[in-house]
Ligand binder design. Structure first.
Ligand code: SF4
Length: 870
C-alpha cells in the first residue's frame, strides 16, 4: 500500500509517496499531486529510503546508561522536573526542541511548559534558523505572516535570492524557479558574499560584504522613492514612511563593498519589474542585524505595494520541515500559541482558560543562546532536549557541550544515541522516526501536510506527543494530557486557533477543529488560514494588517557591522552553511552511501590569493581558530569566496569528524530582537596544519580512528576515512589492525620509512577487510575506486588505483545515478556535449532531482574555458 507523506528535511515540504517493503525498507517517490513539489524530489529526498534502517537506532529507554522500562524512565523524568521546580521554581527547568517535531508533538511540549509547568523556557533549534524572520514579520505586519506562496515563483518576472543558496538548500524550489525561467524568462539575482551553486542560473550576482544587506536594501528603498516608484495608494496602509526614507537615504551604501554601477543595475532591475519575489533565508536571518535585514527587504515590498499579489512579495524560506508548525504552536520562548502574544494579557487569559491551565507566563523565556548559558551557570538544572543536537549545532558548541554535561539532569529524546548530545544524557528516550509516526507539518508557504506512519515503531520507541503527554500526567497535570492520538491534538490546536482568529490574528485553522479521525487520516495538503470565510491564498494584497491600527509598519533601519571585527589575530571572516547532500548534523543523511559520496569530508573554502600567502596547497589540512574554538579542515582553494573570507559546512560532528565541529568556532553573538546567533560572520585565523602523516582508509566494517584529524563516511561497501596526525606512528601494521578492529586478519604491507609511506591491506579469507594508505603528503589514491573494494576479492588494493583497463568514474557528482565527474568530462570531450541538457540526455546526470545541475553547469563552463585557452 502506498501512503502520501512529507519529506522530513527542508522547509519546502515536498510530498512523498511511501511504500514499505515489509522488511523494514521503504520505497520513496515524489508525490505528483503535492502542491509543493508536483512529484519532484531533491537528492536528499530521493535517498530517504537509505536512511530508515535500524542501525544506530535507540530502541529502549536508558537511565544513566542502563536500559530500563518506560515506566521507570518517565517517572524519573517527571520526578526530577517536579522536584527541581518545587525547589527552584519553574524557570529552573527548560525544554530545547526542534523543527523536526510534528505540530502535534510541538503543541503538547508547548502546552506542558507554558501552560502547566508555568515557565516560557521552551525554545527550539528554529531559533538558529528563522527567528529573525519571525521578528521582522511581527514588526512590519503585526503577526508572523508569510505573505506569499510558492505559486508566486511561477508568476514572477524577477526573483531575488538574498542569503539563500536555494539550489542546494531548497533544491526543489530552485528547480521550480528554473522551470519558470525557461517558461517565461524570469530574471534571477543572487545576493550573497559567496558564489554558490545558485549563481550558476543567475543573471546577476552581487557579492556584497558580509552582513551589509541592510545598506543595499536601504539604497533600493531610497531609489524607489527617488524614481517615483512608490505605490501611494498602498502606502496609505503603512506607517513610518518618512522616518524610513530618512534612515535609508542616510545609510552608508559603501558598506556593501559593491560598485555604484552594480547597485544601480540592481535597483533598475528591481524597480523596473513589477512582479518581483524576494526570497531570503539563513544569510539574512543568521546575523546580529537579522531582524533589520528582514525589515529592510519588507520595506521595499510594502512601499511598492508588491506584496500579496500573484508573482509579488517577500518569501522567507525555512530550513526545517516544521519550523512553521513550531511558529504556529508558539514553540519559541517569546511566542504564545497560535500567533497570540505572550505580552498581551487578554491573549494569555484566553489561552490559559482554553487549556484549563493555572497560569501562562507573562514574559518571554530563555532563548536558545541564553538557555544554554543559564544551563552553564546552573540556573537551569533540569533540561529536556528533543530531536536536536545542540552540543554540535549551537554557537560556542564546546561551551554548550560542557554546560549540558554539567547540568544536574538532562533528558534527550531522539531516534539514535549516536549524537554528541545524546552521549551526555542522564535519561535517553527512544522516539519514533519520521516514517513511523503520524501528524502534520507546515511548510514555508503555509501549506499543512500529513506525515503518515508506514513503518512499525521499532523496539520500544514511542511518538513524542505520547512521551510528553505521559510526563505531563505523571507530573500531576491530569486529563488535559489524555490524548488518544494525534488527531485529537490537532483538533485541540485548531480549536485554539479559532480563539486567535477571534482576536483578529492571521493563524486560524478553526475550520479543521471538528475533523474526524477518518478525515484527519485522509487530510490533503492545504494552506492556512482555514476558517469560516477564510481559506488559503495570499495575505496583504488588500492592505489589511494585524497591528492594532490595521496598518503595516515601515521600519527605519540602518546598517550595522557584524558583531566581530576582523583584526590581525583573526583576519578572516567565517561563513558557515549547508551542503547539497547533507542535513543538519547528519544523523540520517550520513547513513546513505549515495549522499555521502558527494562530499565525503569537511572542508574550508579559501581564496587562492589567501592560500598562496599562507603557503596552503590544495588538499592540505588547515587549522582554523577563533576566540572560542578551533577546527582542522581540508583546504579547498576556490575563488567562490572572496579574499579575506572563508566558508565551512556545518554538518560534521564528534561522530563523523570531531575536529570539524564548526560551530565550536562561532561566537554566540545574537540579534538583540530575535535572539538569533550570527553564524555567517565570525572571525578566525587560518594556518596550514603541519601533519606528520596523512592517511586514507577503506573498510568493510566501522572503523575506530584515533588520529588528530579524521572524517568518516559511509560507502556502498562499508566506510571510508580520511586521517592525519602530528605525532609519528611507529608501527603502521599494528595501527591498521587497531583501526579496523581485526587483530587476527591476514596483513600484507608495503612500508617505506624513508619516504614516510605505508600501504597495508587486510584480508579475511579471500575478501578485503580494510586497506590503509599513508603518506607524508596528502594521500594520492583513487578514493572512489578504493571505496568499492571492501568485501570483494578484487586485486589491486595495493596500487591505490584501478587497473588501466577499468574506467574510473571519479568523484560522484550526480548522486541519483551515481555518475562521476570523470564520466561527465569524458562524455563532453568524446561526444562534444555543449549543455547540461545534452549531458542529461547522454548520461542521465541531472535528470532526476536536478540538484546537481548547477555543478554540471560549472564543470561544463570549466571545460569550455580550458578549451578556449588551449
Ligand atoms: Fe526534501 Fe529536498 Fe523537498 Fe527539501 S527540497 S523537502 S530536502 S525533497
Amino acid at each position: 500500500m502506498t501512503a502520501r507523506s512529507t519529506c522530513p528535511y527542508c522547509g519546502v515540504g515536498c510530498g512523498v509517496l511511501l511504500r514499505a517493503d515489509g522488511q523494514g525498507g521503504l520505497d520513496v517517490q515524489g508525490d505528483p499531486d503535492h502542491p509543493a513539489n508536483f512529484g519532484r524530489l531533491c537528492s536528499k529526498g530521493s535517498a530517504l529510503g537509505e536512511t530508515v534502517g535500524l542501525e544506530q537506532r535507540l530502541l529502549v529507554p536508558r537511565v544513566n546508561g542502563r536500559e530500563t522500562g518506560w515506566d521507570d524512565a518517565l517517572q524519573r523524568v517527571a520526578d526530577r522536573f517536579a522536584g527541581t521546580i518545587a525547589k527552584d521554581g519553574p524557570d529552573s527547568v527548560a525544554f530545547y526542541v526542534s523543527g523536526q517535531l510534528l505540530t502535534e508533538d510541538y503543541y503538547v511540549a508547548n502546552k506542558l511548559m507554558k501552560g502547566f509547568i508555568g515557565s516560557a523556557n521552551i525554545d527550539t533549534n528554529s531559533r538558529l534558523c528563522m527567528a529573525s524572520s519571525v521578528a521582522g514579520h511581527k514588526r512590519a505586519f503585526g503577526t508572523d505572516t508569510v505573505p506569499g506562496t510558492y505559486e508566486d515563483l511561477d508568476a514572477a518576472d524577477l526573483v531575488v535570492l538574498v542569503g539563500s543558496n536555494l539550489a542546494w538548500c531548497h533544491p526543489v524550489l530552485y528547480q521550480r524557479l528554473l522551470a519558470a525561467r525557461k517558461a517565461r524568462g524570469t530574471r534571477i539575482v543572487v545576493i550573497d558574499p559567496r558564489r554558490t551553486a545558485s549563481c550558476d542560473g543567475a543573471d546577476m550576482h552581487l557579492a556584497l560584504a558580509p552582513g551589509s544587506d541592510v545598506a543595499l536594501f536601504n539604497r533600493l528603498f531610497a531609489e524607489i522613492c527617488e524614481r517615483g516608484a512608490l505605490d501611494d495608494a498602498y502606502l496609505s496602509h503603512c506607517n513610518g514612511f518618512d522616518e524610513t526614507l530618512d534612515a535609508a537615504r542616510n545609510d552608508d551604501m559603501s558598506a556593501t563593498g559593491l560598485s555604484d554601477a552594480q547597485i544601480a543595475a540592481f535597483c533598475r532591475l528591481w524597480i523596473g519589474t513589477e512582479r518581483v519575489v524576494t526570497i531570503f533565508s539563513q544569510g539574512v536571518n543568521q546575523s546580529t542585524s537579522g531582524s533589520d535585514k528582514v525589515n529592510a527587504i519588507l520595506n521595499c515590498h510594502l512601499a511598492t505595494g508588491r506584496i500579496g499579489k500573484p508573482g509579488c512579495g517577500p518569501l522567507s524560506v525555512t530550513g526545517q520541515p516544521n519550523a512553521m508548525g513550531g511558529r504556529e504552536v508558539g514553540g519559541l520562548a517569546n511566542t504564545l500559541a497560535c500567533h497570540l502574544d505572550l505580552e498581551n494579557a487578554d491573549h494569555r487569559a484566553a489561552v490559559r482558560d482554553f487549556w484549563g491551565a493555572p497560569s501562562v507566563p507573562d514574559g518571554p523565556g530563555l532563548k536558545a543562546v541564553d538557555m544554554f548559558r543559564a544551563v552553564g551557570r546552573g540556573r537551569v538544572r533540569a533540561l529536556w532536549i528533543i530531536h536536536t543536537n545542540p552540543a554540535v549545532s549551537m554557537p560556542e558548541a564546546d561551551a554548550v557541550r560542557d554546560a549540558i554535561a554539567a547540568c544536574p539532569f538532562t533528558v534527550v529524546s531522539d531516534i539514535t544515541d549516536r549524537t554528541d548530545t545524546a552521549r551526555l544524557a542522564d535519561v535517553l528516550l527512544p522516539a519514533t522516526a519520521w516514517a513511523e509516526k503520524d501528524g502534520t507539518v507546515t511548510n514555508s508557504d503555509r501549506t499543512i501536510s500529513r506525515q503518515r506512519k508506514v513503518l512499525p515503531a521499532p523496539g520500544q520507541a514511542r511518538p513524542d506527543w505520547e512521551i510528553l503527554a505521559d510526563v505531563g500526567r505523571r507530573m500531576g497535570f491530569g486529563a488535559v494530557f489524555d490524548y488518544d492520538g494525534p488527531a485529537a491534538i490537532f483538533r485541540e490546536h485548531a480549536a485554539l486557533s479559532g480563539i486567535a482568529g477571534r482576536f483578529g490574528r492571521d493563524f486560524d485553522i478553526s475550520g479543521l477543529s471538528r475533523l474526524t479521525d477518518a478525515a484527519y487520516d485522509a487530510f490533503e495538503p492545504r494552506r492556512w488560514p482555514i476558517a469560516q470565510g477564510r481559506s488559503g491564498g495570499r495575505f496583504f494584497a488588500d492592505g489589511a494588517f494585524f497591528h492594532p491600527d490595521g496598518k503595516a509598519r515601515l521600519l527605519p533601519v540602518k546598517w550595522k557591522p557584524p558583531a566581530a571585527r576582523t583584526e590581525p589575530r583573526y583576519p578572516f571572516r567565517l561563513n558557515t552553511g549547508r551542503l547539497r547532500d547533507q542535513w543538519h548534523t547528519m544523523t540520517r543523511t550520513a547513513l546513505s552511501p549515495r549522499l555521502s559520496a558527494h562530499m565525503a569530508e569537511p572542508f574550508l573554502e579559501l581564496h587562492p590569493a589567501d592560500a598562496g600567502r599562507l603557503g596552503i596547497a590544495s588538499a592540505d589540512l588547515v587549522r582554523v581558530t577563533s576566540a572560542v574554538g578551533a577546527a582542522i579542515l581540508r583546504a579547498r582553494i576556490t575563488d567562490a569566496v572572496r579574499p579575506g573570507q572563508v566558508f565551512a559546512p556545518m554538518h560534521w560532528t564528534g561522530e563523523t569528524a570531531p575536529s570539524a565541529r564548526i560551530d565550536a568556532l562561532v561566537a554566540a553573538a545574537t540579534d538583540p530582537l530575535s535572539g538569533q546567533p550570527e553564524s555567517k560572520a565570525g572571525v578566525v585565523a587560518v594556518a596550514r596544519y603541519a601533519a606528520a602523516w596523512y592517511g586514507f582508509a577503506v573498510s568493510r566494517d566501522a572503523m575506530t580512528p584515533g588520529a588528530d584529524y579524521w572524517a568518516l563516511a559511509r560507502t556502498r561497501s562499508g566506510y571510508r576515512a580520511e586521517l592525519a596526525g602530528s605525532a609519528p606512528v611507529r608501527d603502521w601494521e599494528a595501527e591498521a589492525r587497531r583501526l579496523f578492529g581485526r587483530p587476527n586478519a591476514e596483513v600484507a604491507s608495503l612500508l617505506d620509512a624513508k619516504q614516510g609511506t605505508a600501504r597495508i591491506v587486510l584480508h579475511e579469507g579471500r575478501v578485503l577487510a580494510g586497506a590503509l594508505y599513508v603518506s607524508s603528503q596528502p594521500v594520492a589514491v583513487k578514493r572512489d575506486y578504493l571505496a568499492t573494494l571492501p568485501g570483494t576479492e578484487a586485486a589491486g588494493a595495493f596500487t591505490g588505483r584501478p587497473p588501466a583497463d577499468m574506467p574510473n568514474p571519479g568523484p560522484v557528482l550526480c548522486s541519483c545515478f551515481g555518475i562521476g565527474i570523470n564520466t561527465i568530462v569524458q562524455a563532453v570531450e568524446d561526444q562534444g556535449l555543449m549543455s547540461v541538457d545534452a549531458i542529461g540526455a547522454a548520461l542521465g546526470a541531472g535528470t532526476n532531482c536536478g540538484s546537481c545541475r548547477p555543478e554540471i553547469a560549472e564543470l561544463l563552463q570549466g571545460i569550455r574555458t580550458r578549451e578556449a585557452a588551449e
